[in-house]
Design a protein around this ligand. Structure first.
Ligand SMILES: *Cc1c(COP(=O)(O)O)cnc(C)c1O
Length: 360
């Protein structure tokens, strides 16, 4: 068996310890004589898995008691509709457009009400985060929406926007659990887990209780109403049970390492190796404003599409996989999520140095 360093943006690398544990428990989970994939979601064993996972997530993120944690399906993209359906009481919302995912979310929300795009960084290909200290937040906005870490472009909000008292909604798919957060500053935080937490098929929603009501837009399906899942503790119907089980193991793994402070330190140390190299390289260059750089997704280019393609191909042959940039932007992108070891980033930089020497 040989594992590669996997720089995929998602689905992405998972901690090896977690995969090994899951493998060891595949045929017989904890004396039940069956795999977690085969057991009833109403069983005692699964109830313990989901309640423990929720508690560990609450511990890690310091989630206040007046927030619910929901384990849902449909990916992050389903939240693009679920959020307006549940929160757009005035049928008005403000969106900050910092990349494709925020753009898609805003477009979807337009099906349900008026969407004001109160800031955007599209003028410079989303290579920065707009100044959000004093935005024209709409008087009657039901919420202000951000994509906190822009997976495709490699930018991250280092400070949250001033929402002038309006509810903040954030897509944290690609920065979930990468550093400490103050949950109380948000009304709703959500993310697909396949970037930084677990297998595709689970989306986690952390939502303040006052936002969970029956007063949703007319026609909202039962399954797309937060209250349905909050009342049923994420067991209204069959949940993505195996995925939740793996998420739970990742929460334990993060806890065992010291929690989100430790994650932040590890992630900063990893990202520094790569950004420091990019900043002095004569061949490669980062594409993002320094102060807005993501710790998770690092796009870079040589400026020559053929050379980029050669790099991706040779890197793959050297065991460094999935470095091709998003199909809409080209170039390269290294996603260096929680589970990417420091050694993986060092191996990437060593390879980049060698490639630079050979191709400059
Ligand atoms: C990947 C991604 C999405 C889309 O996730 P799906 O689960 O595929 O719907 C949305 N937002 C962000 C920030 C992402 O990185």
């Amino acid at each position: 068996m040989s594992r590669v360093y996997n720089f995929s943006a998602g689905p992405a690398v998972l901690p090896e310890e977690v995969l090994k544990e899951a493998a060891a428990e595949m045929l017989d989970y904890n004396g039940t004589g069956m795999s977690v994939m085969e057991m009833s979601h109403r069983s005692k064993a699964f109830e313990e898995i989901i309640t423990t996972a929720e508690q560990d997530l609450r511990d890690l993120m310091n989630i206040p008691d007046n927030y619910k944690v929901l384990f849902l399906q449909g990916g992050a993209s389903q939240q693009f509709a679920m959020i307006p359906m549940n929160l757009m009481r005035n049928r008005v919302a403000d969106y900050i457009i910092t990349g494709q995912w925020a753009k898609k979310a805003a477009k979807e929300a337009e099906k349900y009400g008026k969407v004001n795009r109160i800031a955007s960084s599209e003028d410079r290909t989303f290579s920065y985060i707009p100044d959000c200290k004093d935005l024209p937040v709409s008087e009657d906005a039901d919420y202000v929406y951000i994509c906190e870490n822009n997976t495709i472009y490699g930018t991250k909000f280092k400070t949250l926007p001033n929402t002038k008292g309006k509810t903040l909604v954030a897509d944290v798919s690609s920065c979930f659990l990468s550093e400490p957060v103050d949950v109380s500053r948000y009304g709703l935080i959500y993310g697909g887990v396949q970037k930084n937490i677990g297998p595709a098929g689970v989306v986690i929603v952390i939502i303040r209780e006052d936002l969970i009501t029956e007063d949703v837009l007319p026609g909202t399906p039962t399954m797309l109403t937060y209250k349905t899942h909050a009342d049923a503790k994420s067991l209204y119907n069959t949940p993505p049970a195996y995925g939740i089980y793996i998420c739970g193991k990742v929460f334990k793994w993060i806890k065992s390492l010291g929690g989100l402070e430790t994650m932040k330190e590890r992630n900063e140390k990893k990202a520094k190796v790569l950004y420091d190299f990019l900043d002095q390289s004569k061949l490669f260059k980062g594409t993002v404003e320094k102060e807005d750089r993501s710790l998770m997704n690092v796009p870079f280019i040589t400026g020559d599409a053929d050379l980029d393609a050669k790099f991706v191909k040779e890197a793959k042959a050297a065991g460094l996989e999935n470095l091709k940039g998003h199909r809409t932007v080209g170039g390269m992108r290294a996603s260096i999520y929680n589970a990417m070891p420091y050694e993986g980033v060092v191996a990437l930089v060593d390879f980049m140095k060698k490639f630079e020497e050979e191709n400059l």
